[in-house]
Design a protein around this ligand. Structure first.
Ligand SMILES: [Zn+2]
Length: 704
């Protein structure tokens, strides 16, 4: 034994303790896998650094919870787990509690509890501290809390460790801090990095970043339940018709992935109109609603969620029966990771890819926004001061970036040392900064190679599973005793091809629905969590919100986006005739349950003439009762953009509704722009309480 090992504890004793903890975690019949034990032994007894690359569901969290508990029993400090999945780790944390592991979480949602948690950590009352990667960039946490934690940590765990690597498909600027964190640890502090998917390049990179002699434990990527196929249908509407026809034949419930938010909503709308029980799940879906949708899928209450990649890491449904892609992801790793959610605990799961000719254009769009060009980054640096901090929202109008890309640029500049986050915002440090052209070019080349691999996957005549496994450097395909390469299950192995014909009546119906002017405005379904803390008695399902509304167009669309933007960005003016005509077309094709009998305009702080004029003209043309404007109550607090809960709290009871007692039908509620949907939801809530039988919201535009 070398220095730093646990003197006096035999391997046998340690293994027995580890097996006992696993039984507490996973049930009386659970046994450690050999690789789980190897990792635990390496961490606890040898205090080594280890990288575990195993598929989701293999039991990576058991390794770190057991190692954490054994290290605590040996008198070591708490385990610090850095994970982007904190919100999704509730179940594991509850299970760890049964094994006597005391866990605490530090994230942006529980700032008020930090001092208390910090005190408990200092008193030795916490075994596991879960930290979100974003915390590592928070000035208070980084300067005051982190150094103490790093000094006392018994074990550091980096979950989803592929995010550390530039080569990872999901690199996150926050994760660059982890290099510093690990570098500052003592030599005898073990480190465990875990990920489900990493090719050779990512494995080498991550292993090198966490230590010089890292133990790598890597499992096979094969999954015998997956039956993979590719369905080639050139026309996008025909692909939708095909899916609508075959969806009920797919086993159990599953996920349908799309490449964009708009595609997810459109597809969910079409499938829903054809009688399929589906829900849309995207990056714009509120956390409370995401949770409800995930639960509906877990409970098989829906056939499928139509989702973007926002439904991803950490979602674990062992009996997920299928994953369908309408549009191909841009890399084999991203594709494998998404299809790997199917068939974890079932004998058979279907994996179907329906690529489209438009996929490449969407990939180029996402690539072009991945990291901004040098002159844009320079503009951010130039806008910042050395002494007077600027908040992100103050900075936003000064540069050509939206909020999320601006935040990403600031994080990268922060890690590079060119800017510094302080209380109140961001400062320039004056450190010279160079645009890492070489790095971005290198990443750009890697991205192009991955895109080509996805194109090749679609046309390959080889086994599809082995094609993907080779792309991901599956260790089980090489070495002294390699797996048989062909899966024997995919369309290329079996020669069985799905029928690609579509019903012409289906096709016509879908085309009519997709060509219909305007887009759906799905009502919010859940109040945000934590409203009670803000003194507002709203929770759970929304029962008195608006009906499904309609929007004339998306600002991001080429068609209506170009025409609506000047109306909303320019000076306030009455609505032009051609816009009124388009609105009438949307209203005419709206399949409402009951025709509205009155019209009401939302008071718009920026475009009062536009909204009031539109409402008045629609009332006149449709012979509806004109209720005028829904006025904002004087003294309404500013509506914070920080999060849904604060937004709802500010909007709650913030209008003075007109008398509505004698209404005999729904109100058509008119607004210029709807973004999060909370304003219309709360306005409808107010109107319903004042006696409106139903509220049909209609807006000129939505951002995306
Ligand atoms: Zn095959």
């Amino acid at each position: 034994m070398g220095s730093g090992t646990m003197v006096g504890v035999t391997t046998t004793d340690l293994r027995e303790s580890a097996e006992a903890l696993l039984r507490d975690l996973a049930g009386p019949r659970a046994r450690l896998r050999e690789d789980q034990w190897t990792a635990i032994d390496a961490l606890v007894r040898q205090r080594r650094r280890a990288l575990v690359v195993q598929r989701t569901g293999w039991g990576k969290s058991a390794v770190y919870f057991i190692a954490a508990k054994l290290l605590r029993a040996a008198g070591r400090g708490p385990t610090v787990i850095v994970s982007p999945l904190l919100a999704l780790m509730r179940n594991q944390v509850a299970a760890a509690g049964r094994a006597g592991v005391v866990a605490a979480t530090i994230n942006s949602g529980n700032m008020t509890e930090w001092d208390d948690i910090h005190a408990r950590v200092a008193a030795g009352a916490v075994d596991v501290l879960l930290v979100s990667p974003e915390r590592l960039n928070n000035p208070d946490f980084r300067d005051a809390v982190l150094p103490e934690l790093a000094a006392d940590a018994g074990l550091v765990v980096i979950d989803e460790a592929h995010c550390v690597s530039d080569w990872g498909h999901d690199f996150r600027p926050d994760y660059r801090r982890i290099r510093t964190l690990v570098a500052d640890l003592g030599d005898d502090v073990p480190v465990l990095a875990t990920t489900a998917t990493a090719n050779d390049r990512v494995v080498t990179d991550v292993a090198g970043q966490i230590g010089t002699d890292t133990l790598v434990l890597r499992g096979t990527l094969d999954r015998e339940s997956l039956h993979m196929s590719v369905v080639h249908i050139e026309d996008a509407t025909a692909r939708t018709a095909w899916l609508s026809r075959y969806l009920h034949e797919l086993p159990g419930s599953g996920i349908i992935y799309t490449l964009t938010v708009a595609a997810a909503h459109d597809l969910a709308d079409v499938l829903g109109s054809h009688g399929h029980d589906v829900g849309a799940y995207t990056g714009r879906t509120d956390p409370a609603e995401r949770e409800a949708l995930e639960q509906a899928l877990l409970d098989n209450e829906v056939k499928a969620l139509v989702a973007t990649s926002a439904l991803g890491m950490g979602f674990d449904k062992p009996d997920l029966g299928f994953v369908v892609h309408i549009g191909a992801p841009s890399s084999p790793i991203a594709y494998y990771q998404q299809v790997g959610r199917a068939g974890r605990g079932t004998a058979r799961a279907e994996v179907v890819l329906l690529p489209g000719p438009e996929d490449r254009r969407i990939w180029s769009y996402f690539a072009s926004v991945a990291f901004p060009r040098e002159h844009i980054v320079r503009a951010v640096l130039d806008a910042l001061d050395f002494e007077r901090p600027l908040s992100t929202s103050a900075l936003e109008p000064l540069v050509e970036l939206n909020r999320s890309r601006l935040e990403m640029v600031l994080k990268v500049l922060d890690v590079d040392g060119a800017v510094r986050r302080v209380r109140g915002g961001w400062l320039a440090t004056g450190e010279p900064w160079t645009y890492d052209t070489e790095r971005y070019e290198r990443l750009s080349h890697a991205r192009e190679a991955e895109q080509q691999a996805m194109i090749d996957y679609q046309s390959t005549a080889e086994c599809r599973m082995s094609f993907l496994r080779r792309q991901l450097d599956d260790p089980a395909l090489s070495g002294p005793d390699p797996d048989t390469p062909d899966c024997g299950r995919c369309d290329n192995c079996t020669g069985v091809r799905p029928d690609t014909t579509v019903d012409t009546a289906d096709l016509a119906a879908i085309r009519t629905r997709l060509d219909r002017p305007g887009i759906d405005l799905s009502p919010r379904k859940q109040w945000p969590t934590g409203m009670a803390k803000l003194g507002i008695p709203l929770s759970g399902k929304i029962t008195d919100g608006p009906a499904t509304g309609r929007v004339l167009g998306r600002l991001s669309d080429l068609g209506w986006g170009q025409r609506l933007r000047p109306l909303l960005d320019g000076p306030d003016a009455p609505v032009p005739d051609h816009v009124v005509d388009a609105c009438i077309a949307v209203l005419r094709d709206w399949n409402w349950d009951q025709r509205p009998t009155s019209v009401l305009a939302m008071e718009s702080p920026t475009h009062p003439k536009l909204t009031a004029d539109l409402a008045a003209r629609l009332a006149h043309i449709g012979r509806l009762r004109d209720l005028g404007t829904l006025h904002i109550r004087p003294g309404r607090p500013p509506v914070s953009a920080a999060n849904s809960a604060h937004r709802v709290a500010a909007l709650h009871n913030s209008w003075d509704p007109p008398p509505l007692d004698d209404l005999d039908g729904p109100i058509l509620l008119i607004d210029a722009l709807t973004d999060t949907g909370w304003t219309l939801t709360l306005a409808a809530h107010t109107l319903r309480a004042a006696g409106a039988p139903a509220v049909l919201p209609f807006a000129l535009a939505t951002p995306t």
